[in-house]
Write a protein that binds this ligand. Sequence first.
Ligand code: ADP
Length: 518
Amino acid sequence: MQSSIKKIGLIVILILVLPLSTFFIYQFASLNEYEKEINKIYLQQLETIIYSVNQYSEDVVSSWVNDVVLQLKQEKSKSHQNPIISQYQNVVSSIFLADKNISDINIYYNESQESLVSNELIRNELEIRKPLIDKLQKFLESGYQRIEPIGKITSGNKYLCLFPLNKNEVNWDLGGIIFDPARYIQQSLASKISQAAGNEFILTVSSNENNLIFSTDVTDSTEIVINKPLWLIPGYTLGIKLKSGSIQELVSQRFYTNLIVLALLLFVLIVGLILIYYNLRKEIRLAQLKSDFIANVSHELRTPLTMISMYSETLALNRLKSEEKKREYYSVIHNETNRLSKIVNSILNFSKMEQQTRKFNYENCSLIEINDDVFKTYEYHIKSKGFSYSLNQNEKVKDIIADIDTVSESIINLIDNAIKYCNEKKEFAININENEIGPFWEIKDFGIGISASDQKKIFDKFYRVSSGLVNTKKGTGLGLSLVKQIMKEHSGNVIVESKIGEGSTFRLQFNNNFNGKV
Ligand code: ADP
């Protein structure tokens, strides 16, 4: 039986647990992948927003350049009161034009601002960038007027952008816009940045030294998820984060929620499997016990039947001459018939109990009287087996409400077992008394005893201890299960105390509160 249970355990593990665990591990891994994918998409979205702000900032300067070109074409450039500069009064501090060789430079100053650039300074800046100027010219020849951010050019924190011009159209090869970055951000970019941020994001602009120049909302710059350069102002960065926590926080929160749900599912599944395994194990054990029972009962029936048939045949053939011998044979037949009817009765009673059709006639009775009646009819049998017993009874023990027949049956079962599972010492002791729960009937034997683990099982139907001496004793494994059922019907209990090799004590414990109505 043990091996078939192990086999079932192994099958359950192989068929269910292994594939399911693999499935959950796979789910767990793909969950991780899935969350990573979401994170990637979110980050891409953030980058797109930053990109759109950068694009817009380039468009702003592009429109300035277009205005310059337009005005040059209209030959308004001669005037120092350049309308472009007045138009972007606070942002652009000067615009200059130069030829390819940087021999001729024309600067237009914003009069509202202190002029900080000199011809000399611009010439120096351009001299070192001749290759770049050539490159810009080449771009223009291929139809692309590229605006090149140069970066900081003066100590007054002004930034420069260069752009190529078509000499044939406007008489100049190169233009430059010098502007104030902080004002550019506040006046030209702020509204676009706020629009791009919407209600969901916080957008920031920080300078080289990680100084927060602008932010659409109050935020800690360390929480910014993505920082990207602001193309037009080298050294400045555009930052973005979600208003409600970081994306990583949201994603990991989701990840852990999913993980917990998965773990819970796995737990429920494993508990379910364990329950199935234990139920199966119980069923197999019961099936095994039933088949043992059939084998036991067949054996139990066959022995008395053989004896009866043998002895009655000898009598019928009149082979026995002495009257004494005949009497002995009759007595054997009588005893074996009794044994047979006892087995059949116990099976019938058990079956009635199982189907709950057994009738219980409850009445007020005395345990002492029930015990006396049992011993009156049973004393001969006990003595004939060579047993002696002691009786200790409290004469004042309370009456019980009980069904006399089934209580007697329980007592007989327990006496039978004390005789059956004896050792050399053919003795037992009966004790009738009461405790705080109610009256009790107790039998103490000095037999083979029952191990602690078997004590838990002996009241199960069909269970028989299968080791040691017990193997040789006949039985059906129904007796104690019947006693237990009977005591349950009386709202009482049957209790065992035993030690291997020392003997056992069985107690039928009745309940003061029982009134016969179940
Ligand atoms: P049966 O005696 O027909 O096998 P029971 O239900 O009466 O069935 O008992 C179940 C098992 O409990 C027995 O097989 C035996 O192993 C054990 N048992 C019962 N009574 C005693 C006892 N007094 N001493 C030792 N073992 C006992």
